[in-house]
Design a protein around this ligand. Sequence first.
Ligand SMILES: Cc1ncc(COP(=O)(O)O)c(C=O)c1O
Length: 392
Amino acid sequence: MTKFNRRNWLKSTTLTTASLAVGSGASFFSNTRPEADLAASTKFWEWENRPTKKPRDLWNLNARLLANENPYGPSPVARLTIMENVARGNRYGHGEAAKLIEMLAEKEGVPKEYIMLGPGSSDLLEKTAITHFLEGGNIVSADPAYMSLIKTAQRMKATWKSIPLTDTWEHDLPAMEKAIDANTQLIYICNPNNPTGTITDGKALWNFCDKVADKKPVFVDEAYLEFMDPALQMSMVGLVQKGKNVIVCRTFSKVYGMAGLRVGYIVALPSTLEKIKAVTRSNMSLNVTAVKGAMASLGDTAFVDSCRTKNKECREYVVAELKKLGYTPAPSHTSFVLFPISWKGDEYLEKMFDQGIGVRAFEIHDQTYCRVSIGTMDEMKLFVDAFKKVAV
Ligand SMILES: Cc1ncc(COP(=O)(O)O)c(C=O)c1O
């Protein structure tokens, strides 16, 4: 595997080197970090809590491209169902949750005992972390990764064994396997990955999970799976069907456009769900309107297809514009794009907020990146215009 020192690359090249294509062998992620540095993590500037000089109204931006939300959702069918069910808010929704579980079990090809619902997948990421790290231990994942489960695990006193992504932005599966030891309680995989938007080959991941899950549980976060080209989509749910100790996490927040309504679920062996449910509660934290909305969304496959198509069009537009400006976005298969920038994160966010555009900034191994979520075409044009003003 090519070893590449990103810091030197950034020193020796400028961001206007458009010819340096990602995937040509160069990577932003060094595989050369020493063992002692394993705890180093991706830093990001929180939009709720940024060190900002001015208060910002994040609801009323010209383009809100900071949380990978779906600009088209919820689906029209889900909206109607939600409105019709608002008046039922006086009742507990256990029965409706049970119906949603049955629908999801059918969709995923597993018995209903294999499904656990949560108010968004964050809840399930955290509950899994709490219940798997009660006695400490370590968690193995890629770096950078989506940090929710990892951070909760660390707060439970787990050690994070972080393995840099490869030169081709994939999980370094052999290195991850090597990092697993007797104290490993869980392996976390996010595919497609956040914040990079990049993917790990489905077959390679399948073989990895198939083998490793015989030793330790593997958690696969598939929040963005539906944004991938359908020919490339490969869920790890098939491994749960085979009886493997794999926990697959899905959400209604992304392609279904229900981020503010909060429904997510995991598919896992009943023994794993029992372990989680022994400490935490499942359906009690759900709200009945969101559950109804999720049920309606499942039936609206045309909406999902149209979101995937529009997202791809807008993503291709923004990637092409960034490349014209000399930037090198990571090859995204998701509803967001990550690219390196030369400003400090908070400075950059401030400049973009001044233009009415909300995005995210990450610092990954000493390099700042912008992560821009894919909105409507109008919003992406506003982003590109604002970025051009900031970049001059
Ligand atoms: C990879 C990944 N997993 C999980 C989540 C959590 O989403 P939610 O709690 O809305 O389901 C997100 C949200 O951005 C995400 O990017």
